[in-house]
Design a protein around this ligand. Structure first.
Ligand SMILES: NC(=O)c1ccc[n+]([C@@H]2O[C@H](COP(=O)([O-])OP(=O)(O)OC[C@H]3O[C@@H](n4cnc5c(N)ncnc54)[C@H](OP(=O)(O)O)[C@@H]3O)[C@@H](O)[C@H]2O)c1
Length: 360
């Protein structure tokens, strides 16, 4: 049977360490977990079974393995130390017999986004970022539909637009909407992106380094690599949709608490084909995975054992190809979730009603 492995890591240190080691999660505080993670070896988490292609009936087996560093640790430590630990984790995948390796969350953000890691390993590597783009953009289109926001006349924003994922999301959304804000911290990089996208774009493109322009956006796709939330309730427009692809999250939990007139959805969740059992709770309901995991699995189902998405410059061609491959094998955009909870049709209806009240 063909195989894959996927690297995960703790994001919320106490919660995530408790999921594998309940006792350690209880006795250590966050700072201690951060500190000890430096010395911890890679951890075998679980075997993944039951994944079955809808197109071919092929089954694949996989493994979750963990790099013990938290995002904070990955930013604090020298890049070469972080690479070393991720490569060590990749070697565990090789020992298990994985034929392709996916880099989860921050392990795909560090440094050159997988290039150095792939060069050091025998097993082919992918960051999963191409399919993350497909799923994030599909999610925002679907959210616009259910919120009755006319996509082609809408104003949208991509926060973290200069990033690996953000820049291709912007490229795709520039074909869909009327006005698109490209938001980031570096004006020159944003202008460069705008100039690159402008010739083919349907939308008017506006760059900004200020979050307060979000007050104009009906659709927001946010995907920064910030360690802390960057989107706060007071800047958002009533009736808007915010699709948060970032891990750690970009949207402050205050938005859910303070704004019942805004739809916040987690970007990047998909249904996995077949009776999958991950044998590990990573915070999703059964049968659902992050898009970056799904990219790795789809490549295994297709038998494409090659370095796939690597580096900070994603291509639209790869994004479109993996979208088709994943669809063929049965991956589907999942229902929406918001702050780890299911978004029900009643919730959407309530948001729409509250937004209408604010507008009148
Ligand atoms: N949901 C999923 O399935 C999934 C899959 C893969 C990745 N991710 C997540 O996606 C996020 C982005 O990944 P990426 O590979 O695109 O990262 P990246 O290439 O490093 O891009 C990060 C972007 O965030 C901006 N940024 C960084 N820190 C910021 C801050 N403090 N305030 C505002 N903007 C900031 C950067 O702006 P500058 O240009 O100014 O540096 C850049 O535009 C990460 O959180 C990652 O964990 C999620």
């Amino acid at each position: 049977m063909d195989t894959f492995a996927f690297i995960i890591h703790p994001i919320d240190p106490k919660r995530d360490v408790s999921r594998k080691f309940p006792w350690l999660g209880r006795v250590l505080n966050e700072r201690q977990i951060d500190f000890f993670s430096t010395f911890f070896p890679p951890v075998f988490i679980s075997e993944i079974e039951g994944i079955t292609s809808q197109a071919t009936g092929k089954q694949v087996k996989g493994w979750f393995i963990a790099c013990p560093y938290t995002p904070k640790r990955m930013l604090e430590l020298p890049e070469c130390t972080v690479y070393r630990k991720i490569i060590q984790t990749g070697r565990l995948a090789e020992k298990l017999g994985a034929q392709i390796l996916g880099l989860g969350a921050y392990t795909s953000v560090v440094g050159d986004a997988g290039v150095t890691i792939a060069n050091a390993l025998e097993v082919p590597v992918t960051t999963g970022d191409s399919y993350t783009v497909t799923v994030a953009v599909d999610a925002i289109r679907e959210a616009a539909r259910v919120m009755e926001i006319p996509l082609q006349e809408s104003t949208a924003a991509v926060v973290g637009a200069t990033g690996a994922i953000g820049s291709v999301c912007a490229e795709l959304l520039a074909d869909d909407v009327a006005r698109l804000y490209l938001i980031g911290r570096r004006e020159a990089a944003l202008e460069e992106l705008r100039d690159r996208l402008k010739p083919g774009a349907r939308a008017e493109l506006i760059v900004s380094t200020q979050m307060d322009v979000l007050a104009e956006a009906q659709l927001i796709l946010t995907v920064t690599s910030a360690l802390h939330d960057v989107i706060h309730p007071e800047v958002l427009r009533s009736g808007s949709v915010v699709c948060d692809v970032a891990r750690p999250r970009d949207v402050s939990a205050m938005v859910a608490a303070a704004r019942d007139d805004i739809l916040v959805i987690d970007g990047g969740m998909v249904d996995v084909p077949g009776p999958v059992d991950f044998h590990f709770n990573f915070g999703f309901p059964p049968g659902k995975a992050y898009a970056c995991m799904a990219e790795t699995i789809a490549l295994a189902l297709e038998g494409r054992f090659e370095d796939y998405t690597l580096g900070k410059h994603l291509t639209r061609a790869r994004v479109e190809e993996i979208g088709l491959l994943a669809r063929k094998h049965g991956f589907r955009l999942s229902g929406f979730r918001s702050f780890e909870r299911e978004v029900t049709p009643q919730h959407i209806e309530t948001v729409r009603r509250n937004a209408k009240k604010t507008h009148t």
